[in-house]
Every structure is written in structure tokens, then in C-alpha cells.
Ligand binder design. Structure first.
Ligand SMILES: Cc1cc2nc3c(=O)[nH]c(=O)nc-3n(C[C@H](O)[C@H](O)[C@H](O)COP(=O)(O)OP(=O)(O)OC[C@H]3O[C@@H](n4cnc5c(N)ncnc54)[C@H](O)[C@@H]3O)c2cc1C
Length: 582
């Protein structure tokens, strides 16, 4: 259903079973769960889908080795199960990641876990080989029944430096274990959303919209694109706004009935670095290392560049977070500590991003010790009206189980039954994933009339959804764009089918153009032209979109117009958009 149809439909029939507020990965997850059970469910997202924390993660799909220190065994076990499910259900975006921990001490950190369990000390400190060995042994134990990936392995100093010669020579040893990573988290979110929309006729979702309680105790959807206000009557509201949960409650309750704060988020930032020496030094591993202050940082090859992060700083308002200069310095300093011989020049930082971890309210002075688990609480408005189920905490890795938990609570409240489980349900382009990819590609390329190379490119980007995109691109005259690899009809498909309302939706989230540092000024303008054409924008509207995007890119991602312009290259014709003869 298109935007206008949704708003018209609500005008005619404002009653919905559930209104989910917040379209990050957790809101989308519970939306899909409920749509699959046959409920009339409406999702309302204030900005774009997966534009909050769900675009700012370290891209690890993991059990969370570090959480063992806090005694969060149940969370680690659940996360490992969900990680393995994602490897099966979303193989187009989630893949195993060998992870190596450089070890600088033998015994330090050993007593820490015990001391912390006793509540005697909460200060983070260095972890030595024995503490790391203990953690990894528990990790292996928790995975023993599935054993999808190899067990951990220790290397001595000499063999470690032989494999990673650029590592800080002060290391004593290293440990390698397996976790996983997600290449396109925002795309996985949009595909999950579409799975929900397809599951039930009448399931609806709007980005750039808000739900508000009016003075007379009713609720209305406020559409930021067309400016419409439409009344809606949900039997239950789910507040899935992550780091915004308390701010969102202010719009869902009257001032007299506002609940006490539930959330205490921390900000984390990452840099994307374009430095071939750095990328090569990683030997295709994630380096999961402690900075000198005992904070865990990560470093891994990402879309041809290197992702490095992150920080952990308390914040109150997630709306305006950005990577500040001191965070950038901290991350670069940590990099200089672990890989001292590889200088990073400022212009090699091709993108940066920041987001707020939705952590439960806590008074703990060390942010790393705040629990990472998730739970739900139901608030009953004293002034009447639908109950508000709040989703608190949660990691990206556990979005399915968190959505399932919230959905089961909602179903119970509404007296409905679960019909379909999502445990083994493939997501988006992970559906019907071929065991023999080369054969699938050959057959698909032939049937769509595209070259094998182009088909492989679409498959790498969209999994088996590449079939629909290839069908669309081959069905009309296509043209190359300044970025070799994307074609005009491919972007048109995304604009038409994936709720693109602004240029940033397309360049930051539906594609990886910006995050991979590959966006040029020419490509930005070409994409803007296409979007303006599809949306019938006036020249003035086009110009204001351009300003909006460049401001966002500069302020939030550290990339300005001059940097984009410097990346411009002579127009390339490498993208093979032509249909093969016949
Ligand atoms: C720096 C960092 C690193 C991380 N690394 C990892 C990792 O490697 N692995 C992992 O598993 N997890 C990681 N996480 C955690 C993970 O990213 C989050 O737990 C997860 O993305 C939270 O999703 P969410 O849907 O709850 O919140 P969000 O993605 O923030 O979504 C909330 C949404 O609500 C919307 N919203 C807010 N107010 C309103 C309103 N009034 N009306 C409508 N919509 C509203 C926002 O626009 C936003 O889109 C990391 C988080 C951070 C910040």
C-alpha cells in the first residue's frame, strides 16, 4: 500500500489492533511478528526506517563475549542462538567473522569478574590471557550443541605476529574465535518490514510520521510528508522507540500521567577508514581489542574499507548525536595503540556515524557495565485509553527474540493466539537461498537477459530479491550512473518499492553508497535527479532536498560537498546495464 492509500484507509477505518511506534529493527521485528499472526497492525516511524541505533551498530552479530563479565549468561546464550538463526535466515547479509583478540597480559582481569559479581569493584580493567581463555571456553560451551563454527584457538606471540605483523609488538599472545557480522543492517530492516507488510492485508507502515495523543485523549497520526492529521484508534500501543522511549512517552501520555524514565542511553561512534595497509593488516579478521583504558574497541574489514569503533558516552537526547572531535581522536588513538605502524590521514576517514544504545535506566558509573538485556513493561494510562507496551533495551542481534517476546505479550493482552513462529523464517532476500549460487546466477541471468556479472552484483546486494530487481531493470531501457555498479532502473526500483521519501533514505540506507565512502557528488546529483523525477518535485523542492542531504552528511557523517566533489571521476560506463541480445 502506498502512503496515500494508508492514510485514506485509516480515515475510513481508524481502528487497528496494534500501533507500533518506532521503526528501528525492534519495532519492525514486532510489527512483522504481529502481522504474521493476522493482526491489523500499523507501524509509525518519525524519521526513516532504521535511521536510529539500527544504522549505527558495530555490525557485529554476536553473543557478546564482553557481557560474560557482567554475568549476563542468559543474554549471551540467547544472542548466540539468534546469531546462528540469522546466519541461516539472512545468509545474504549475515556471515561468519573470524575474530582475533590480541592479549597483552597473562593474569590480569582474572579476579575482576569474580570481584564484580560480589559487587566490590566495577572499574573496567585489562583482561589477561587467562580471563580471555575463561570467557572463550564459556562461549564455546554455550554453543556446544550447534557447533556451526570452529572453537576458539590460542596463538603464541611469534605465530600471532607472523600472521598480523602490524600488531603492537608488546602482545603476549592472541585468541581467535568465530562470531558473525551484518553487511547491510538497514537493508535487512527494510526487507523485514516488507515481509510484515506482505504477511497480512491491512498491515501498514509509514515513515516520516508520528503518533500523538490529543488533548481530548484521542490519538492521531501526523504525516510529515503531506501534512495530514488522521485519527487512529489502537487497542494497544507498542513504544519501540529505543533511545527515544521516554521522549515518545511524552507524546503518548498527557502531561499529568507521564511515566517515570525507563531509558538511559549511551552514545557510540564509528569511523570508516579507507587505508589499504590497514585493511590488509587485518588479514580478513575482526580485531577485538582493548584500548589502554580497558575499553573494548573493534576493527574489521567492511565493504572494502575498515570499520573502527566505538565510544560509550551517556546522552539524554538521541536526536542530534554525532561523532565529536574528541571521539574521533579517541578512536584514532586506540588504533595507533593496537596497530602502531599504520598512520591514518584525516582524508582517509571517508564516513563516520553515531547512535544511541537503548540501555535501561541505570546509575552505574561505568557505562560498559549497564545490562545489555531486553525486557518489556506495560504502562496503563491512568487517564484511560490503550495500554502502552514499552520495549526496553535490546541488541540488534536479538531483534527477532525481542520482537517475539513483545508480540506474545501483545497477543495475550488482546486475547489472540500465535499462529506462526519466526524462528526458522527466512528474511527478504534470504528466502529460497540457493545452495549452488553459481548455478542460480547462470539460470537467473539467462531468464532475465542480464549478463552474469550484473546478476552477481545484484545477488550480492539483495540476495534472492535480486530476481525481482533484475526483472524490473531488464524490463525497460536502463542507463549507467556515475557510480559503476548501480543503474538507473535499480535505483528507480528502490525508490518505488522501498518507501524512499528523502535522498538520504536512498543514499544512506537503501544502498551502501555513503557508508562505503563511494558516494561522489556526481552520483549524488544523479540519484537526486531520479528521485525528483519519480516524486514530481519542483526545482525549488529539489534544491532544498540537496541542501538537506548535504547538511546531514556534513554534520552527522563528517563528509562535505568538497569531499564528495574530490571523489568525482570521469563518467564510467562499466556498469553493464544492457540486456543481452534476445
Ligand atoms: C554504537 C553502537 C554499537 C552497537 N553495536 C551493536 C552490535 O555490534 N551488535 C548488536 O547486536 N547491537 C549493537 N548495538 C545495539 C543495536 O544497534 C540496538 O540495540 C538496536 O539497533 C536498537 O534498535 P531499536 O529499534 O530498539 O532502536 P532504534 O534503531 O534507535 O529505533 C528507534 C526508532 O524510533 C524512532 N522514533 C523515535 N521517536 C519516535 C516517535 N515519537 N514516533 C515515531 N518514531 C520514533 C526513531 O526515529 C528510530 O528510528 C549497537 C548500538 C550502538 C549505538
Amino acid at each position: 500500500m502506498k502512503r496515500q492509500e494508508i492514510l485514506d484507509g485509516l480515515r475510513q477505518s481508524p481502528k487497528v489492533d496494534v500501533c507500533v511506534v518506532g521503526g528501528g529493527i525492534n519495532g519492525i521485528s514486532v510489527f512483522r511478528e504481529l502481522a504474521l499472526q493476522g493482526l491489523n497492525v500499523l507501524l509509525i516511524e518519525k524519521h526513516d526506517y532504521c535511521s536510529g541505533a539500527s544504522s549505527a551498530l558495530s555490525r557485529m552479530v554476536h553473543g557478546g563475549l564482553r557481557y560474560l563479565e557482567n554475568g549476563e549468561f542468559k543474554l549471551v546464550q540467547e544472542s548466540l542462538v539468534e546469531r546462528d538463526r540469522l546466519l541461516r535466515n539472512a545468509p545474504h547479509y549475515v556471515a561468519p567473522l573470524p575474530t582475533t583478540v590480541p592479549v597483552f597480559d597473562i593474569f590480569s582481569g582474572l579476579g575482576n569478574g569474580i570481584v564484580r559479581f560480589l559487587g566490590l569493584s566495577r572499574r573496567p580493567s585489562r583482561r589477561g590471557a587467562v580471563a580471555i581463555k575463561a570467557g572463550l571456553s564459556i562461549y564455546d560451551f554455550l554453543m556446544r550443541k550447534r557447533a556451526l563454527m570452529p572453537r576458539h584457538q590460542f596463538r603464541g606471540r611469534r605465530t600471532t605476529l607472523a600472521k598480523w605483523p602490524a600488531l603492537n609488538p608488546d602482545i603476549k599472545s592472541s585468541a581467535t574465535y568465530f562470531d558473525a557480522w551484518v553487511s547491510h543492517p538497514e537493508r535487512l530492516g527494510i526487507e523485514l518490514l516488507q515481509d510484515g507488510l506482505l504477511a497480512k492485508f491491512g498491515a501498514m507502515a509509514l515513515n516520516y510520521a508520528e503518533l500523538r495523543r490529543t488533548e481530548d485523549g484521542q490519538y492521531r497520526v501526523e504525516d510529515q510528508i503531506g501534512g495530514a492529521f488522521v485519527a487512529v484508534e489502537p487497542a494497544l500501543i507498542i513504544n519501540a522507540t529505543g533511545g527515544w522511549i521516554d521522549l515518545a512517552n511524552q507524546t503518548l501520555f498527557s502531561p499529568e500521567a507521564r511515566p517515570s524514565p525507563l531509558m538511559g542511553g549511551t552514545k557510540g561512534s564509528h569511523l570508516i577508514i579507507d587505508n589499504a595497509d590497514l585493511r590488509d593488516a587485518l588479514a580478513d579478521h575482526m580485531i577485538y581489542y582493548e584500548n589502554e583504558d580497558g575499553r573494548i574497541c573493534i576493527l574489521f574489514p567492511y565493504l572494502g574499507k575498515v570499520l573502527v569503533g566505538s565510544t560509550d558516552i551517556r546522552v539524554d537526547d538521541p536526536e542530534t548525536v554525532r561523532c565529536e572531535a574528541d571521539e574521533r581522536d579517541y578512536i584514532l588513538q586506540s588504533l595507533a595503540f593496537v596497530l602502531p605502524g599504520i598512520p591514518i590521514r584525516p582524508e582517509q576517514i571517508v564516513f563516520q556515524f553515531s547512535g544511541v544504545r537503548p540501555l535501561p535506566a541505570s546509575t552505574d558509573s561505568f557505562t560498559g557495565r549497564i545490562p545489555r538485556d531486553h525486557f518489556c513493561t506495560v504502562l496503563e494510562p491512568s487517564e484511560g485509553g490503550p495500554p502502552v507496551l514499552c520495549m526496553i533495551g535490546g541488541k540488534w542481534t536479538t531483534f527477532r527474540s525481542f520482537g517475539e517476546l513483545a508480540a506474545d505479550m501483545a497477543l495475550e493482552r488482546l486475547g489472540r493466539r500465535r499462529r506462526i513462529a519466526t524462528t526458522d523464517r527466512p528474511i527478504g532476500g534470504g528466502r529460497a537461498f540457493p545452495a549452488n549460487a553459481p548455478a542460480w546466477l547462470t539460470q537467473m541471468a539467462a531468464s532475465k537477459g542480464l549478463s552474469g556479472g550484473r546478476m552477481a552484483e545484484l545477488f550480492a546486494r539483495y540476495g534472492t530479491d535480486a530476481e525481482a530487481i533484475a526483472g524490473f531493470t531488464a524490463a525497460g531501457p536502463d542507463a549507467a550512473l556515475p557510480h559503476a555498479g548501480y543503474s538507473m532502473r535499480e535505483l528507480q526500483f528502490l525508490i518505488r518499492e522501498e518507501a524512499v521519501e528523502h535522498l538520504d533514505d536512498l543514499l544512506l540506507r537503501r544502498t551502501t553508497l555513503a557508508v562505503s565512502g563511494e558516494l561522489t557528488l556526481d552520483m549524488m546529483d544523479a540519484a537526486l535527479d531520479l528521485l525528483a523525477q519519480e516524486k514530481h518535485w519542483t526545482l525549488a523542492h529539489r534544491a532544498s532536498e540537496r541542501d538537506r542531504f548535504l547538511t546531514l552528511l556534513t554534520e552527522r557523517h563528517g563528509v562535505d560537498e568538497n569531499m564528495l566533489s574530490a571523489r568525482n571521476e570521469p563518467r564510467s560506463t562499466e556498469c553493464d546495464t544492457t540486456a543481452k541480445s534476445g
